[in-house]
Design a protein around this ligand. Structure first.
Ligand code: ADP
Length: 300
């Protein structure tokens, strides 16, 4: 059976056909053009789905359902976006209801994108063997999904895991101190630019630090510490066996993971918490699409 995955993002909507092994059989993207209405973009998405089904020779009876991953905050129960900062035109828009106008026959699953990526890491990625883990994406912002006791924890409205808005360090970097204000890719670039008095990108800040720039070294070290602080709070609160970390910033790799592991090994409360496995996400490529499809194949 085939799942249709739809990953709605601030810049693009990715659509794909994903089989029961998690293989993406066909995919296509369209721009999330702010000049178009959400209903028009869903109509375009539907047209893309028809094209993909036809070109891959997939019969309607081979489709198990549609999975949608969307940016939060959202209302998972009613299939609506709530107030995603990057999609202002979509505030309150009923994605599931609109999709039903085009595809009435198939079940439609709808979750926060980080939640969907979490399920994909359990299904096919770094967390296959564990029943208690947290997936954290350090990207433009910071988001997470929670998987405990062998199941996703989505909360009353589908917004569990909005860890970017955990208060970590009030006043840090001239902000209120929410985690993503002080430790996301955006936060790194903003602080680096302030320190060097010119526009500096996130990757460039890491490269300058690696090349010996003292100000950037200090910034990266404090960022690693702040990432560790958030991880410690999550470990102390939820007692996971593993943290899976993905997102653009995690592409830096071992230096970031080593620094977070070192912080956690000193600051988590319980001895088992201090030993929490902290590993890279396995599904960075197509994570959104496979996550959306996993909602269908794993029945969430
Ligand atoms: P999104 O937030 O749209 O899901 P990403 O997960 O790619 O996108 O995260 C984007 C952030 O990650 C940006 O701040 C970007 O500068 C940063 N980033 C992307 N690639 C790297 C890299 N190789 N090293 C460090 N930072 C990176």
């Amino acid at each position: 059976m085939i799942a249709i995955g739809i990953d709605i993002g601030g810049t693009k909507i990715a659509v794909g056909l994903v089989d029961e092994n998690g293989t993406v059989l066909a995919q296509q993207s369209l721009q999330t053009d702010p000049a178009k209405t959400p209903a028009a973009l869903i109509a375009e998405t539907a047209a893309v789905i028809h094209t993909l089904l036809e070109s891959s020779g997939t019969a309607p009876e081979d489709v198990k359902g549609i999975g949608v991953g969307a940016p939060g905050p959202l209302d998972a129960k009613h299939g609506r976006l709530d107030s995603p900062p990057n999609l202002p035109a979509w505030h309150g828009f009923g994605v599931v209801e609109e999709l039903k106008k085009h595809f009435g026959a198939w079940p439609i699953h709808f979750q926060n994108d980080a939640t969907a990526a979490t399920l994909a890491e359990k299904w096919l990625g770094a967390a296959r063997e564990v029943d208690h883990f947290i997936f954290i994406t350090v990207s433009t912002g910071i988001g997470a999904g929670i998987y405990m006791h062998g199941r996703l924890i989505t909360g009353a409205s589908g917004n569990a895991g909005d860890v970017g808005f955990m208060m970590i360090e009030p006043g840090a970097a001239g902000t209120e101190g929410y985690w993503e204000q002080i430790a996301s890719g955006t936060a790194i670039a903003r602080q680096a630019s302030e320190l060097l008095g010119r526009p500096v990108g996130t990757k460039e800040a890491f490269d300058l630090a690696a090349g010996g720039d003292a100000k950037m070294r200090e910034l990266i070290d404090i960022t690693y510490k702040r990432l560790g602080m958030g991880c410690v709070s999550l470990i102390n609160t939820l007692d996971p066996e593993m943290l899976v970390i993905g997102g653009g910033v995690s592409q830096i790799g071992e230096p970031l993971f080593d620094a977070i592991r070192a912080y956690v090994s000193q600051h988590a409360l319980s001895p088992s918490g201090r030993r929490t496995a902290i590993v890279p996400a396995a599904l960075n490529q197509n994570a959104g699409l496979i996550g959306a499809a996993s909602l269908v194949h794993q029945s969430y």
